[in-house]
Structures are given as structure tokens and as C-alpha cells.
Design a protein around this ligand. Structure first.
Ligand code: ADP
Length: 628
């Protein structure tokens, strides 16, 4: 920059440096090198400008839509950087006047005005800055843009600013002069006058104060309203931009959620905290057999009316209103539905952690049944296939045993082999029976039977094994017992199962007694078979568990087994209308009692796996037991 430089270039350079300082003071501390550099540059340029003006003041004015330097239009207001324009508009500054000798600190104070809450002028005054002057009330009328040196006189009173404190323009620069501000009373009057007016009328009143010329008034009004409109539009658009973005995001989220829901192989149902259906995917519609439109807003329990369809819902859902949706299902829905309640439900909570709804996956009961059926068929076929060769092996072994030429040790090996085939056979029988019970294919034919005969048959079948283990096994029956209503073969099997357990869990030298009695209460309507041993006994905590499938309690002796025996035994007893009781003391032995109904002329109706069930009845223990 040289002395001969174009003054306009100097002005521009100063404005640039000043704008940089304005921006950087917002980012850095005042003593930051970046800030300092911009301020020093600004100050140096001001010094040059002052030199070029021969010591006259240098003024920067924002008037309507132009920036004027010493009254000379330099550029359009909308070309100004925001920070500079904001400084003027935020504090309603009309003109900033720089007197010769402005320091970098003076400029810094001017920059810091930006973040000041009160009046800009007061800020400078408080800091003793008198080489920079801020004027809010100078209205400069530019006579002609082509002859900047000949600007017309300043306008009269400004509506928004305080009284002008004199013009900052140098006498020799030929720029606009500041007109004295309007009288204070008049100004008060105008503010009072517009207080109740609408925006347009208020503007018109102010404009009328600015100029008496109707044409100029019209122009001013047009200018002001178009500016206002423009700014409003920009602000509204900015606000809308954010909203549009949010809307798009929500829409995208919805589309994503919907496409995930739609493409899920499982049916999905979303319910609110009261169990009302909000959303369903096509798979859920297919399962329920009804479209969402037909079910929307209805309680999820309504799905229960559709036979063979089940709805999963977490049992432990308790909302803030303490409404347990699954309990409601229990009350209103079928017991089957209540029982198929699964933990396949996601709970939806709001920010406060309150439950507002759930997402459930309804299980396609038909598909589940199909899978179960396949499994059961496989087990039935497999056990059947295993049994045929086993029978042949056992027959062959028995034939070999008859061979008198065999040595004593050879015979003992054969005996072990035969015992093992028998064990294998009993395991296969257990699995087969269990699978039949599960699929409801185990049929019972009950008839009038003698309890003595049943007990004797079971004991006879097991005697050889008991003897081989050094155990005493005997049958004791009360004379004159009533006949029982039982499936003979299955009831004998029940006793055989219990006796075989007694044999397994009683050490050598022990005794097993199988008896039949009418029970303590002769009117009980049952005859009780008892299998009593003096073996290991069963701990209290295990006594209920051992009737569950696959459960084996730990006893002293490690014996083989599937853990299905007692589950099958109990199911067989209960399906015949009987009951199975246990009395056992660890170390002293166990007594299993089988109560069978007394025959009173009942007519045989083959009993499958379905005992009567009422809607609210809890699923029977044996179904639970067998996982049905
Ligand atoms: P497993 O086929 O394995 O014997 P069960 O269902 O018949 O299965 O029996 C389950 C468990 O109950 C056994 O593993 C055993 O711990 C216990 N148990 C059954 N009967 C007796 C008994 N008479 N004495 C002691 N424990 C018994």
C-alpha cells in the first residue's frame, strides 16, 4: 500500500481488515496473533486513509441499501460481509466515524461491541474511546451516485435512533451532513402513536415522519416492505429447511422400519400398553387370517378367537397402569393361547422408562405343529427300526445260551449280553412310549381288572432280575379288594417301571414289596398298588422333580436310565384317571403308591392324550411335563 494508492482501494482494504478482526475476535482471545494482526493492519490502513484525507475524519455509513464512505457510495449493502452488516444493524448504527490517530485498541473495542448487550455508544464511552464515534441518527441523503462528492444534505429526524450528535464528516469531503434529530417530544409521540398499530400502518407513520413527499414515502414503504418480506422469507426458509430435514429423517426411519417389518419371516404385531393392536406385518395378517384394517385398535386378545393361532406375549409385562396384558389373555383367551405365551415380546418404553407398548412375534402354530410332528415321526420310526434287530440279537443270544457245550465263562458273557439287550430294549420302549404319549397315539383300553392279578403279573416279570441282584421281591395283596378300572397291560407296565426303579436303587440284600390295598379311606374309590423298597430313598427337594421328563436325581449308586421312566409312569396312571404318590426318606427307602379307580361299571372309552380342559383351566401338569 502506497501513498499514491486509489483511496477506494484503501477503504476496501481497511474494511476487509476490520471485517477479519470482527470475525476473529469471536474465535480467539484479543491478544491472539491473528486478531492482533488484523487490528494492526486495520489501524495502519486507517492511518494511511487519514493521511490521504489530510487529517479529516473518516466515516463509514450504512444507509438503506448502500455502504457510504464519507458519503460516497462504495458498494451495495447486500455485498457486505455479514459480520460487518450485523454490527450496523444490530446496534442500529448509521455511521461509524474514525478520527485521526485511531489505535489498534480503539479498533479492538469497536470489534468487541458485537457481543455487547447494551448500547454500542455506551460501550465505547465506558472504555474512554473517543477516536471512534458511533452515530445512530445520521441520515445521509446521497444526491447523486455519479458525483459522490456532491451528496445532498442529510435528512431530518430519524425514527429509530437517538438524537444525532453532530455529523462526523469532514468539511472538505463534500459528503452528506447530519441533520439534527427530531425533537424528543415528537419522537415520543411517534412511538406512542405506533404502539397499537399493525406493522404496515406503523411503518407508514414512521415513513411519513421521514419525508413529507408522498412519492418518496411510497418508495420507502415499498422498499421497507420488500426488505421485510425478503428477510422473513429467508428466516422462514431456514427454519423450514431444518423441519424438512427432520421430516425426511422420520420418513426414512418409517420406511426402513416398515420394510424390515414387511420382510421379516415371522409375523410381527405391535401393540400399545393396553394391548391394542397398532401395526401388523403381512405375515402376522396371514397368521391371524385378518387384515390389519380389521384388527387395528382392537385388543390383541381378539386374535385368540382364531383357532390354532397363537400370540406370543411376555408374561412379565406390567405397564405403569399395572395392566398385565398377558394376564388379560389368560382371562379372556383360551387356555391354549394363554399357555403359548412366550418370551418373544420386545417391550417398548418411553424416555422415562414407562412401558408404552410391546412388539410381539405371533408363532405360526401350524408350522410349529408340523415341525413337532416331523420330530415325533422320526423318533417313532427310529426306535421301531432299532427294536427289530435288537429282538433278533436277543433271540440269537438266548439260543446260544441253550447250547450245552458252552463253558461257564462263555455263559456268563452271554448272560451279560442278554441283560444288556434287555436294558436297551427297555430304553427303546421308554422312548417309544414317550413319543406316543407326546403325539397322543398311546391308547388305553380300560376294563374291569383284578388288582391281585396285576400286581402278581408285574412281580413275576421282575422276579428273575431282583433275584439276580440279591433282592427279595414279593407280592402282598389284601383279600377281597374291589376290582379296578384299568388297562391291564399298561398298569402292569406302570408297576414294572416302579419295581425296576426299586431294583436299581436298592442295594444287595434289600427287600421290595409290591402290595395292593383299599387305602386308608375305604370310600376313596381307589385301590392302591404300592411298590416299597428299603433302598437309597429320595431327597425331599428331588421328590417333585423326578416326575419330570429327563430328570434323574443323584443317588448313591450310579445307574443307567433315560430319566423318562417316572414321567411316562405318571402320565399312564393319570390318563387312566388314577394318581401316583410318593413317600420316601433318604437312606431308608421309598414307597410309590398308584391309586387306580375302582370299577363301578364304567364303559370303556379309549383315552387318548386329551383329558377335558375348560377355557380357564391351567394346562394340566402332565401336558407341561411332556412338553405338549
Ligand atoms: P430313570 O429311567 O433314569 O430311572 P426315572 O424317571 O425312572 O428315570 O427316575 C428318575 C429318578 O428318580 C432316578 O434317576 C432316581 O434318581 C429317582 N428314583 C426313582 N425311583 C427311585 C427309587 N425307588 N429309589 C430311589 N430313587 C428313585
Amino acid at each position: 500500500m502506497t501513498e499514491t494508492q486509489d483511496p477506494k482501494m484503501l477503504w476496501f482494504s481497511f474494511l476487509k481488515a476490520f471485517t477479519r478482526a470482527l470475525t476473529q475476535i469471536n474465535l480467539y482471545k484479543p491478544d491472539h496473533p491473528q486478531v492482533r494482526q488484523a487490528l494492526d493492519e486495520g489501524q495502519a490502513l486507517l492511518a494511511q486513509i487519514a493521511g490521504s484525507l489530510a487529517g479529516a475524519d473518516f466515516s463509514v455509513t450504512l444507509d438503506n441499501d448502500k455502504l457510504l464512505i464519507n458519503g460516497t457510495p462504495l458498494l451495495a449493502a447486500d455485498k457486505l460481509p455479514n459480520s460487518l452488516r450485523n454490527l450496523f444493524t444490530k446496534f442500529r448504527i448509521q455511521t461509524i466515524t474514525f478520527k485521526p490517530g485511531v489505535t489498534g485498541d480503539d479498533l479492538l473495542a469497536l470489534c468487541q461491541v458485537q457481543s455487547h448487550k447494551g448500547e454500542a455508544k455506551d460501550y465505547l464511552k465506558e472504555r474512554g474511546i473517543d477516536r471512534v464515534k458511533i452515530d445512530e441518527a445520521i441520515y445521509t441523503k446521497v444526491g447523486s451516485q455519479t458525483s459522490p462528492g456532491l451528496a445532498g444534505p442529510g435528512l431530518g429526524a430519524g425514527a429509530g435512533g437517538g438524537p444525532g450528535k453532530g455529523a462526523g464528516q469532514g468539511a472538505g469531503d463534500g459528503t452528506a451532513q447530519a441533520a439534527p434529530a427530531a425533537e424528543t417530544p415528537a419522537e415520543e409521540k411517534i412511538s406512542e402513536k405506533i404502539i397499537d398499530l399493525g406493522l404496515e400502518s406503523a411503518l407508514a407513520a414512521i415513513v411519513a415522519r421521514v419525508t413529507p413527499d408522498p412519492a418518496e414515502q411510497r418508495r420507502l414503504m415499498e422498499l421497507l416492505t420488500s426488505k421485510f418480506k425478503q428477510e422473513m422469507e429467508t428466516t422462514v426458509n431456514k427454519a423450514l429447511e431444518g423441519l424438512r430435514g427432520e421430516k425426511k429423517k422420520v420418513e426414512n426411519d418409517m420406511v426402513r422400519t416398515q420394510s424390515v417389518m414387511t420382510s421379516m419371516a415371522d409375523g410381527v404385531v405391535v401393540v400399545d400398553k393396553d394391548g391394542n393392536i397398532l401395526m401388523m406385518n403381512p405375515q402376522a395378517e396371514a397368521i391371524s387370517g385378518k387384515p390389519l384394517a380389521a384388527l387395528s385398535g382392537k385388543k390383541i386378545v381378539d386374535l385368540s378367537q382364531i383357532e390354532d393361532q397363537v400370540v406370543s406375549l411376555a408374561k412379565e409385562i406390567t405397564s405403569d397402569t399395572k395392566t398385565d396384558v398377558s394376564q388379560e389373555i389368560g382371562k379372556t383367551g383360551s387356555s391354549d393361547l394363554a399357555e403359548t405365551v412366550k418370551k418373544a415380546t420386545a417391550i417398548i418404553q418411553n424416555e422415562d422408562g414407562k412401558i408404552v407398548g410391546t412388539v410381539s412375534i405371533p408363532t405360526d402354530a401350524a408350522k410349529l405343529k408340523q415341525a413337532e410332528q416331523l420330530q415325533q415321526d422320526f423318533i417313532a420310526n427310529m426306535t421301531h427300526e432299532l427294536r427289530s434287530p435288537l429282538t433278533s440279537i436277543k433271540a440269537a443270544l438266548e439260543m446260544l445260551k441253550l447250547d450245552t457245550d458252552a463253558s461257564a465263562s462263555g455263559k456268563s458273557v452271554l448272560n451279560t449280553a442278554i441283560r444288556n439287550t434287555e436294558r436297551l430294549n427297555s430304553i427303546i420302549t421308554d422312548i417309544l412310549d414317550f413319543s406316543k404319549l407326546q403325539s397322543g397315539k398311546l391308547v388305553f383300553h380300560q376294563d374291569e381288572e383284578s388288582p391281585e392279578d396285576i400286581a402278581k403279573e408285574a412281580v413275576d416279570a421282575m422276579r428273575a432280575w431282583a433275584t439276580s441282584k440279591g433282592l427279595a421281591l414279593e407280592a402282598k395283596t389284601e383279600p377281597g379288594l374291589p376290582r379296578v378300572y384299568a388297562d391291564r397291560r399298561r398298569t402292569v407296565q406302570v408297576l414294572i417301571n416302579l419295581i425296576s426303579n426299586a431294583i436299581k436303587f436298592t442295594p444287595q440284600g434289600g427287600a421290595i414289596e409290591v402290595s395292593a390295598d383299599a387305602g386308608k379311606d375305604a370310600m376313596s374309590g381307589s385301590v392302591f398298588f404300592s411298590v416299597k423298597d428299603n433302598g437309597s430313598g429320595i431327597k425331599k427337594e428331588d421328590q417333585a422333580k423326578i416326575f419330570e421328563k429327563f430328570v434323574q436325581a443323584v443317588s448313591g449308586e450310579k445307574v443307567g436310565g433315560t430319566g423318562l421312566g417316572l414321567a411316562i409312569t405318571k402320565a399312564m396312571v393319570v390318563l387312566q384317571g388314577g394318581k401316583l404318590l410318593l413317600d420316601s426318606e433318604p437312606g431308608r427307602g421309598s414307597t410309590f403308591r398308584v391309586g387306580m379307580p375302582v370299577y363301578t361299571g364304567q364303559v370303556d372309552q379309549p383315552v387318548f392324550e386329551k383329558p377335558p380342559q375348560t377355557a380357564v383351566e391351567e394346562k394340566s401338569w402332565w401336558k407341561k411335563l411332556l412338553g405338549m
